[in-house]
Ligand binder design. Structure first.
Ligand SMILES: Cc1cc2nc3c(=O)[nH]c(=O)nc-3n(C[C@H](O)[C@H](O)[C@H](O)COP(=O)(O)OP(=O)(O)OC[C@H]3O[C@@H](n4cnc5c(N)ncnc54)[C@H](O)[C@@H]3O)c2cc1C
Length: 270
């Protein structure tokens, strides 16, 4: 059995960040399930600069040469495009990242600071024993004083405690990556239409992502139709779709903590 002060479940941005901040102070163990497929989400907001600086990561991050994101342009509910540029943002511009590479870098920073990472297939069981958490994941057993749930929407630790979730909406995202023949201005572009909204942004390596967001029950209907604003951005950079693609949940979810925690605490007192 591995003894830890803190067990972090999940190694996405939240888990890796928690681990790298705690590792200099406490014994930190991270268990995570490696991603089965590529993930979308490559735009990093300007305010991340402050967080990266506070965590002592800014110099390393800025030396990696991520592509700048200069503005968000949106055509939303009418024909006129609105732009939020980052010229007057006190944090400066944002970035278009290689997300997988960014997450690997955060994990390596946590490892450098002393956190131990273990890839697992999932969380098999969770129990309390003498005031500590005993978490089993395959052949790995960790005893920890604290557990941080950073398992994203899967919430694997909370689920093992019997805590369900509530979905606030039915949003899903269908996305595809592809190549750009010409350089792009470094903008994130969003355009709404009757059934949902489109998103496109450049990626490192002359690539681009195109995504369509809608409710799960409307997904089939309008996929063939790209609205005029998005179409002109794609034409302008000579976008050709090809490569990774997926349809993923993008709805807001939260743990149904109230009822579940009361029931769980009652169970613990027995
Ligand atoms: C369509 C879409 C587009 C997005 N675009 C952006 C964007 O451009 N910019 C942006 O900043 N944010 C974006 N987001 C939001 C962003 O992806 C999330 O805020 C972020 O991933 C949350 O990080 P996290 O570490 O909490 O969870 P996650 O990144 O989901 O990480 C969860 C971790 O838990 C692990 N895990 C899962 N199940 C288990 C299990 N059973 N056992 C052990 N480990 C497990 C996973 O392997 C992973 O390591 C987007 C989200 C969606 C849905």
């Amino acid at each position: 059995m591995i003894e830890a002060d803190v067990l972090v479940v999940g190694a996405g941005p939240a888990g890796a960040t928690a681990a790298l901040n705690l590792a200099p102070l406490r014994r930190v163990v991270v268990v995570h399930r490696p991603a089965a497929s590529a993930r979308i989400g490559e735009s990093l907001a300007p305010a991340a600069r402050r967080l990266l600086a506070a965590m002592g990561l800014w110099d390393d991050f800025s030396a990696q040469g991520h592509a700048p994101c200069h503005a968000n342009r949106a055509v939303w509910g009418g024909p006129v495009a609105f732009e939020t540029d980052f010229l007057r943002d006190p944090d400066g511009h944002g970035w278009h990242l290689d997300r997988a590479g960014f997450e690997v870098w955060l994990v390596s920073a946590a490892v450098d600071r002393g956190a131990a990472f273990h890839a697992v297939a999932g969380i098999d069981s969770v129990r309390r024993e003498s005031g500590r958490w005993i978490v089993q994941a395959g052949s790995l057993v960790v005893s920890a004083g604290f557990v941080i749930e950073a398992g994203g929407r899967a919430a694997p630790f909370a689920r093992r405690l019997g805590i369900g979730h509530r979905a606030d909406d039915r949003l899903v995202c269908a996305w595809i990556r592809g190549a750009m023949a010409r350089p792009d201005a470094g903008l994130t572009f969003i355009e709404s239409e009757v059934g949902g909204w489109w998103y496109t942004a450049p990626l490192p390596g002359a690539r681009r992502v195109l995504a369509y967001h809608t409710d799960s029950d409307l997904l089939d209907a309008p996929m063939g139709h790209v609205p005029t604003g998005v179409a002109s951005v794609l034409d302008g950079c000579g976008f050709s779709a090809g490569g990774e693609m997926a349809v993923v949940p993008a709805n807001s979810r939260r743990l149904a903590m109230g009822v579940a925690m009361v029931g769980w605490r009652r169970g613990m007192r027995r």
